[in-house]
Design a protein around this ligand. Structure first.
Ligand code: KG4
Ligand code: ZN
Length: 347
């Protein structure tokens, strides 16, 4: 074994039971058990179903991660776990398991913020995080623009969604178009066959809205506009051009996300933009962000799609960074906080 410390990270804030193992800043294992299929027929994540699925999956997932990494639990030097934000019952399963492991192994425990972990995961993908970095986090539960001065200590929220999260909008519009849950990947795929033919609204991008919400997002008006557009076609007995609607909706979302993220970088003099969260897997978002960053002289960092969606590696990555920087571990009566603010990086 190498001399760098091994950190095992546990993520259970939503519907993925994720266990990641990192040695130093090298990813050794990233193991996931997802309950997404159990939620599909409800069209969204059901908290009680998620909690029970975590309970069933946690021990086998830890075992699988250790086997993949080629280590035993006795090799682990610290445990990290998502303490919030997320679903209360789901978080509790992860935190209780992490405490049990830390206590029995006699190693430090780090309760960490899920959003900060989405940022930290890029350390195992692309190396040390430049400071400062602007982070755009877009998933089913959050849409935030964060100024990251130190991922273990200093994160400021510049803006967030005032209604639906970006991924939530993808999921709701997919439903309107008759595409399965979770809708993001289906819209992404459908959009590749279509053209941007409809000019859907870009929320909070003009006039007083922009003044008051410079770096905030709003996707609820867009979702309503798409729904009305589709309903009007259906009522007129016309076929709905699913691929074109998907492409036009997707363009509206990624246009606003990239425009605001690049503007935030330029206004704050930040030369690095990182995009994370499930929606960062979107192919059009990645392409548009790349071209707009190039035009603005900003370096773009986007982890591979599997590290953008919820996973255990991101928690292990932040834990490893906390350990490396000598940050104080959490106490063993660490609690969960389902609405943990992003300014609070450890629990
Ligand atoms: O980060 P994540 O796995 O879980 C949350 O914390 O929410 O993100 C899941 C979200 C879902 O809303 C899903 O539709 C969206 O990410 N998503 C995508 C794509 N892949 C996943 N949205 C757009 N395009 C994609 N390719
Ligand atoms: Zn997430």
């Amino acid at each position: 074994m190498g001399s760098e410390p091994i950190v095992l990270g546990i993520e259970t804030s939503c519907d993925e039971t994720g266990v990641g193992i990192v040695r130093g800043s090298t990813l050794l294992a990233d193991t996931i058990a997802s309950s997404v299929e159990e939620h599909a027929r409800f069209g969204g994540v059901v908290p009680e179903v998620a909690s029970r699925a975590h309970l069933e999956a946690i021990v086998p997932t830890v075992e699988r991660a250790c086997a993949t990494a080629g280590i035993t639990l006795r090799d682990v030097d610290a445990i990290a776990v998502t303490a919030g934000p997320g679903l209360a019952g789901a978080l509790m399963v992860g935190v209780a398991s992490a405490k049990g492991l830390a206590l029995s192994l006699g190693v430090p425990l780090y309760g960490v913020n899920h959003l900060a972990s989405h940022v930290a995961v890029d350390i195992v993908e692309h190396g040390p995080l430049p400071e400062p970095t602007m982070a755009l986090l877009v998933s089913g539960g959050h849409s935030s623009l964060l100024l990251v001065e130190d991922v273990t200590e200093q994160i400021t929220s510049l803006g967030s969604t005032i209604d639906d999260a970006a991924g939530e909008a993808f999921d709701k519009v997919a439903r309107v178009l008759g595409l399965p849950f979770p809708g993001g990947p289906h819209i992404d795929r459908a959009a590749r066959e279509g053209q941007v033919t409809i000019d859907f609204p870009r929320g909070l991008t003009t006039g007083r809205d922009l003044e008051r919400h410079r770096f905030d997002f709003s996707f609820s008006g867009l979702k309503t506009a798409v729904t009305r557009w589709v309903q009007a076609r259906e009522e007129a007995g016309e076929t709905v051009p699913v691929a074109d609607v998907a492409a036009s909706f997707q363009e509206a979302v990624v246009d606003v996300l990239t425009r605001k993220a690049v503007r935030a970088c330029l206004e704050r003099g930040v030369e690095h933009l990182q995009i994370g969260g499930g929606v960062a897997a979107n192919s059009r978002l990645r392409a548009l962000a790349q071209s707009r960053c190039e035009d603005a002289g900003i370096e773009l960092r986007v982890p591979r799609p599997g590290l953008c969606t919820d996973n255990g590696a991101m928690v292990a990555a932040l834990g490893a960074e906390l350990l490396r920087r000598g940050r104080t571990p959490s106490v063993l009566d660490l609690g969960t906080d389902s609405s943990m603010p992003v300014t609070q990086i450890t629990g």
